[in-house]
Design a protein around this ligand. Structure first.
Ligand SMILES: [Cu+2]
Length: 183
């Protein structure tokens, strides 16, 4: 068992740092779970099951992360016959896939956002008032939502998830970000 009082430092060997990051991820997932359960007003008698359920979930999530396929390159979103640029994006902890999408300016974009997480809520934000973009969509664990917007300005805009459980870093800080490229 690793010494719990040990601090994460840049000098630490990479494998050990990764181990600590994984542990932090699990804590984050467990805290998210507690939060969700509290919000869902689950009967008090179920609360004693939390540690077991949380532990099992951490194991499942860890396996899922380990088997995750590597990221692909930028994706040009194709036009459907109705003139809409339509694509599906998968949200996971902590990534978007595809993470870099390319669209044409002045034409509608429709994105189907699907979360494949079991517990953690995420969101999908593209905020750039100057670029005519104001997208902010929550995507609950395991949920699918469709958003539509029409980018007016060309440019490269960040996509990110700003969910965060204090005192842990935000999901964006953990790598949950992407790029919308408008051509
Ligand atoms: Cu997130």
């Amino acid at each position: 068992m690793t010494n719990m009082s040990e601090e994460i430092t840049p000098e630490m060997p990479r494998s050990r740092r990764q181990k600590w990051l994984k542990l932090l991820e699990k804590v984050d997932q467990f805290l998210s779970f507690l939060l969700e359960v509290t919000m869902a007003k689950v009967p008090i008698r179920w609360l004693h099951m939390l540690p077991t359920v949380g532990l099992l979930t951490s194991v499942v999530v860890t396996i899922a992360v380990a088997t995750e396929p590597s990221q692909s390159g930028p994706m040009v979103i194709p036009f459907a016959t109705d003139g809409v640029q339509r694509a599906a994006i998968t949200l996971d902890s902590y990534s978007y896939a595809p993470s870099h999408v390319i669209v044409e300016a002045g034409k509608p974009v429709e994105l189907t956002l699907t979360s494949v997480t079991t517990l953690i809520p995420h969101n999908f934000i593209i905020k750039d008032p100057a670029g005519g973009l104001s997208v902010e969509q929550d995507v609950g664990a395991g949920k699918t939502v469709t958003i539509t917007f029409t980018p007016t300005q060309r440019g490269t805009f960040p996509i990110y998830c700003d969910k965060r459980l204090w005192p842990l870093p935000s999901h964006r800080d953990k790598g949950m970000e992407g790029t919308l490229e408008v051509r």
